[in-house]
Design a protein around this ligand. Structure first.
Ligand code: HEM
Length: 414
């Protein structure tokens, strides 16, 4: 993982705090969170130039007040975006928009992601999972990430968008580059990293540019057509339309891959819990919620203060970057009973796994359904699932949390 540079320049989410900069610490950051919740619940990180916020009540307050805590990185005083990045479509999405603009953007696709609309597609998603597992479950061993947790959500989102799922090796490269955190923070390496990110962003934009043009001429029953239509009616600018496609592709795959991966990491570490879920004694739904809490695929968000504001006695100034740590709030003993225990039937479970407030994850119903279908499909076809490797590597990102590979061993079931 990254080690912060001396100069302390750069965007807060590009880098993890020093305390989490080793492989072990970023695989299990929870002891450090506990220490911070207790001793420095709101602290300024000089290297990353941002405020870290660890307690549930403060994370809640930040997400609940988008007027004071904006999602627009352009308002940050510590972030000097290079001119190319200023124009990047990826900054023209609902994720980084506030107020009315946010509502207008989110409204374009909202209907597609409602639980009822998503549920209608369940059968198709089950077929996709079955096809993938037919190939993967052969010799009693697989890499859960490469063989299943990665391709499954990508095929799903590619179908919803209306792009060929065979292009998925490219999607993976682009998505991973866009959420990556630099491992080497020397000047030259950072520059190369920025160029890589820029190139990925340009290539992704070019890819969707062609698709949007195609759908503007010939509309189909897919999300790109919905976005092309909104652009045609000038409800979206050209950059916003491109950013939309890019956001849905990236947000819709890496996060869900890590939800499924983290679920199996939790369950293989807790075989008795896995047995209860497999036999239906514990509901799969509450199990998924518990994974979202216990090993949240998104550990941290970023907001910019739009005015001077006080939090736990600390004075945050207008333009300061604030990082609410969802992964820490989700382990706060003030809210969760025995927070470091993985309890598949935990209730209530008011976790922040999908965020909260106006930016609450648009894809939550889809992600939940994919995880449910994916895990059930695995349970139906395997028994005695065990970890198949020792040395896990964390995903290279300062806010996305998961493992790069997850070898598992099992007995195939007929
Ligand atoms: C927003 C997590 C899957 C699309 C968010 C946010 C979180 C999150 C924490 C809040 C961001 C913020 O407040 O700044 C997750 C997790 C997922 C997942 C953990 C899987 C387990 C998906 C999927 C899609 C999606 C499948 C669909 C394509 C979005 C979008 C937003 C968002 C568009 C922005 C919403 C807005 O700004 O109004 N997600 N997400 N996500 N997510 Fe997800």
């Amino acid at each position: 993982m990254s080690a912060p540079t001396d100069e302390g320049e750069g965007q807060s989410l590009e880098r993890v705090p020093q305390a989490l900069s080793t492989r072990e610490a970023w695989l299990d950051p929870f002891d450090w969170y506990a220490e911070m919740r207790e001793e420095q619940p709101v602290r300024y990180d000089q290297n990353r130039q941002c405020w870290d916020v660890f307690r549930y009540e403060d994370v809640d307050r930040i997400l609940d007040d988008p007027e004071t805590f904006s999602s627009n990185p352009r308002l940050a005083s510590a972030i000097d975006l290079p001119p190319e990045a200023e124009q990047s479509p990826i900054l023209e999405t609902m994720l980084t928009a506030d107020g009315e603009r946010h509502g207008r953007l989110r409204g374009v696709v909202e209907d597609w992601f409602r639980p009822r609309a998503i549920t209608q597609r369940a059968e198709r998603f089950e077929d996709i999972a079955a096809d993938l597992l037919e190939d993967a479950i052969d010799g009693g061993r697989m890499d859960l990430i490469d063989d299943f947790a990665y391709p499954f959500p990508v095929i799903v989102i590619a179908e919803l968008l209306g792009v060929p799922s065979e292009d998925r090796p490219q999607f993976r490269g682009w998505s991973e580059t866009l959420v990556e955190t630099p491992t080497d923070t020397s000047e030259a390496a950072l520059e190369a990293f920025r160029q890589r990110q820029e190139q990925a962003s340009e290539e992704l934009a070019e890819y969707f540019e062609a698709k949007l043009e195609d759908r503007a001429r010939d509309s189909k029953d897919d999300l790109i057509s919905v976005i092309a239509e909104a652009a045609g009616e000038e409800r979206l600018s050209h950059e916003e339309a491109l950013g939309f496609c890019m956001l849905l592709l990236v947000a819709g795959n890496i996060t869900t891959t890590n939800l499924i991966g983290n679920a199996m990491r939790c369950l293989t570490a807790h075989p008795a819990a896995m047995e209860r879920v497999r036999t239906g004694e514990a509901p799969i739904e509450s199990t998924i919620e518990e994974v979202l809490r216990y090993r949240s695929p998104v550990q941290a968000l970023a907001r910019i203060a739009t005015r001077d504001v006080e939090l736990q006695g600390m004075s945050i100034e207008e333009g300061d970057t604030v990082v609410p740590w969802l992964g820490s709030a989700n382990r706060d003993p003030a809210v969760f009973d025995a927070p470091d225990q993985f309890r598949v039937d935990r209730a209530p479970n008011p976790h922040f796994g999908f965020g909260r407030g106006t930016h609450y994850c648009l894809g939550a119903p889809l992600a939940r359904m994919e995880a449910r279908i994916g895990l059930n499909a695995l349970f139906e076809r395997t028994a005695d699932v065990r970890p198949g490797g020792e040395r896990l590597q964390p995903v290279r990102s300062a806010f996305i949390y998961g493992v790069q590979e997850l070898p598992i061993e099992f007995r195939p079931r007929d």
